[in-house]
Structures are given as C-alpha cells and as structure tokens.
Design a protein around this ligand. Sequence first.
Ligand code: GFB
Length: 346
Amino acid sequence: MNLNRVAIHLKDVMGSLKVFSTLTHDARIFVAGHRGLVGSAIVRRLKAYGFTNLVLRTRSELDLLDQAAVRDFFREQRIDFVFVCAAKVGGILHNSLHQADFIYENLMISANVIQAAALYDVKKLLYLGSSCIYPKFSPQPIPEEALLSGPLEPTNEGYAIAKIAGLKLCEKFYKQYGKCFISVMPTNMYGPNDNFHPDHSHVIPGMMRRFHQAARGGASSVTVWGTGSPRREFLYADDFAEAALTVMENYNEAEFLNVGTGEDVPIRELAFTMAQVVGFKGEIVFDSSKPDGTPRKVLDVSKVKSLGWEPRISLEVGLRLSYEWALQTDAFTCSAGARDTQSSHV
Ligand code: GFB
C-alpha cells in the first residue's frame, strides 16, 4: 500500500469543510494531555481547521495533580473550551498491577480540572472516559444505559472507578450549576504518539513492537498475550478527534456518548493482520498465563453517529499508518512509558 496516497486520502476526507459556531477561532482552547495519543490528535485536527489560540502545557509546566496550580492556571488563562485528554493510562497488565496509582491520579486530574473549569467560567468542557467503565458482562453492543448495571472487569477496576467519577462530576456540575460539561466514552484507541512500551502499553502498540522486533531479528515465533479469543473494538485516534470536535461543536446534553466503530475483532485476528503489516512470517504463540480481560466490549455508537460523525480509517489502514509513524519516530527503541501519566489517553 502506498502510504503517501493514504495520507492524501486522509487529508481529503478529514480536512473537508466544517463550519464552527460554538468553537470560535478567537476562543482560548485548553487541550489537557496534548502530547499523548488522543490529545495530540485533537491538536492536529484543531490546527487543521485553523484554530490557533491553543493553550498547551506539559506536565512540568502544569501538574494536573496539584489543585492550587490548576486553579491558578484557569484563573490566569481565561480558558473558553477544555478537552480533558490527560489521564494515567496503560494496557491490561500495567493497569491491573498499579490500580492505586490509576485510581488516585485519575481522580485527582478529573476533580482538579473539572472544578477549576467550573470556578473560572469555562464555556464548555469535553471529558474523556473509556469503554472499560461498563460492567464486565454487558449487553453487546454496549448502550450508554449499561453504566453501573453490574460488576466491573477486575483488571481495570481502579481506572474505571476514577473515570466513572469523572463523568459523574461533569454530569452533576451540568445539572446543579448549568455547566456545559460533557463526557464521551471512547473505545480502545491507537495511532501516532501511542505508548510503545513492551509491558505498559495497550495491545496494538505492544503487539506491533513485539512483531516488529521478531520480524527484524528473524525470530521463528512471536508471543501474544492471553488466549487470543477476547474481542476488541479499535478506533484510530484521528477518527476519535473528529468525533470530539463534532461533539464539542454540536452536542449539549448532560448524557454522555459512546465513541467507537461499532465493530470488533478477536485478538487472534488482530495478530494475523499485525503480522502482515510488519512483515512477520513466523509462528504466533498465545501465552494464556497473561490476562485476557473482559471477553468483549463493542460499543453501541448509534447516538454519536446521529450527530453526523462516522469513523473513516479501517483497522488495516490505521495499523499501517501507525507502523509508519513508529518507524519514522524510532518508537520501538525508545523506553516509552515515562509518557504514561497526564499525556496519553484511552
Ligand atoms: O489493549 P489491552 O491492554 O486492553 O488488551 P484492554 C487487549 C487484549 O489484548 C487483552 C491482549 O485480551 C490482552 O491480553 N493482548 C495480546 C495484549 N497481546 C498483548 C500485548 O502485547 N499487550 C497488551 N496490552 N495486550 C485496557 C484497560 O484493557 O483497555 C484499560 O486495562 C483501558 O482500563 C484500555 O480501558 C482501553 O481492553 O484489555
């Protein structure tokens, strides 16, 4: 596949005309977590649409765990719109082994940013949750109404509880104080600026790194975590970013929205596609000593699609674009993982 042609096609379909009236071009827009997978995709889309008044802070410039610093920032910067993409995130293994850190940091980031945004008159805020907020055994595809209808998946309970608290904070500020603070629940995402750490990452970057190293090293086999039978839905980060802008521009209800493709694949099938993308021709071995996690979590995306948004990047094209990005940026050799706090989001 010719990636230049894919890139031109992407520019064509995603850079199409969009008229903004909520998000005005002079508005001050804070993208929290702008260096991560999702925040960087939102910044790319905002810049492509001509928004230049972006307020961006690295963790060393603004620690979102520090309530006083966050309040000072909002008081001084007079922010109009906020995208809350900052979060401590990680794949199934990292998430399950560090649940105290995941629940604490995500609670603090959510509480500090949402409360300061309310205090200093932010016009509209978009909070990002995750599809793991739903009960482990939810109806499939999962409708928004399934929230809090059963026990959570144990490997990410801490993270999910913090994200549920964040979306409820938005909902309660909306209902009690009339704040237009809205939440979206994205499915598993991937793309440029993902975390490619071998142990901390989500399945796509983790698997991509392992398959790439196996292909380059001439290995006869490569290991995939779990049984290969769980099914996952994957959304390319730029597709999500387009959905986030659509919701920010056109949606003003207190009820949160799922964002995904509405389609899922078994991890086994993902592994075979990944082998083709990176050119690995050896054997694929499944390590069932690693956790599978929830068996299935494909989202019902009918509500977000009714706003006129559709995902455009297929899984195979998205994997090829991600692989190209990883090769160009040397993502497989750097010791990623330091970026897991307040910079990425899934
Ligand atoms: O991406 P992942 O960590 O997300 O794992 P979850 C998805 C599936 O891929 C699991 C399998 O069944 C894994 O066992 N898998 C196979 C791998 N090979 C690999 C690999 O090399 N790395 C990883 N990470 N998995 C996370 C949650 O769960 O999803 C978070 O822990 C968050 O809370 C995120 O919500 C979206 O979907 O299982």
